[in-house]
Design a protein around this ligand. Structure first.
Ligand SMILES: [Zn+2]
Length: 128
């Protein structure tokens, strides 16, 4: 697999444009839509292709984002949905929102991998 690379000039220009702050924006990086990371890039910088089209050969400055290591890792190895869910959980935690206890908190109810909920006292499937 050929790796798409930005030229040194493009990277330098992107870094200059960033003002030394992470340019990652939005959910692909585990952020809220439209929110910019703005983490200092002094701990390390990665250059990321904004356009996610795998066929794109766009190595222009417009398609280059200077992002922090964390954001790059999230986008490279993560998936937008679990990341967004994690962000929501962290925000909920910060706001003091606790997960409402479901019937699954009863010790005698067990959810199987198949999605069925089994009553351990009777062995009956109570919901699916
Ligand atoms: Zn970042």
């Amino acid at each position: 697999m050929a790796r798409r690379e930005f030229t040194k000039t493009t990277k330098r220009e992107a870094l200059k444009r960033s003002g030394g702050l992470c340019e990652a924006v939005g959910e692909w990086y585990g952020l809220q839509g439209g929110q910019r990371c703005n983490a200092p890039l002094s701990y390390g910088v990665e250059f990321d292709h904004i356009d996610l089209d795998a066929n794109s050969k766009d190595n222009s400055l417009e398609n280059c984002a200077a992002v922090c290591i964390d954001c790059h890792r999230v986008k490279t190895f993560g998936h937008d949905i679990p990341v967004a869910a994690k962000t929501r959980r962290q925000q909920d935690k910060a706001r003091g929102i606790k997960k409402r206890k479901s019937s699954l908190s009863h010790p005698y109810l067990k959810k199987k991998l198949s999605g069925e909920v089994v009553d351990l006292r009777t062995g009956e499937v109570v919901s699916r």
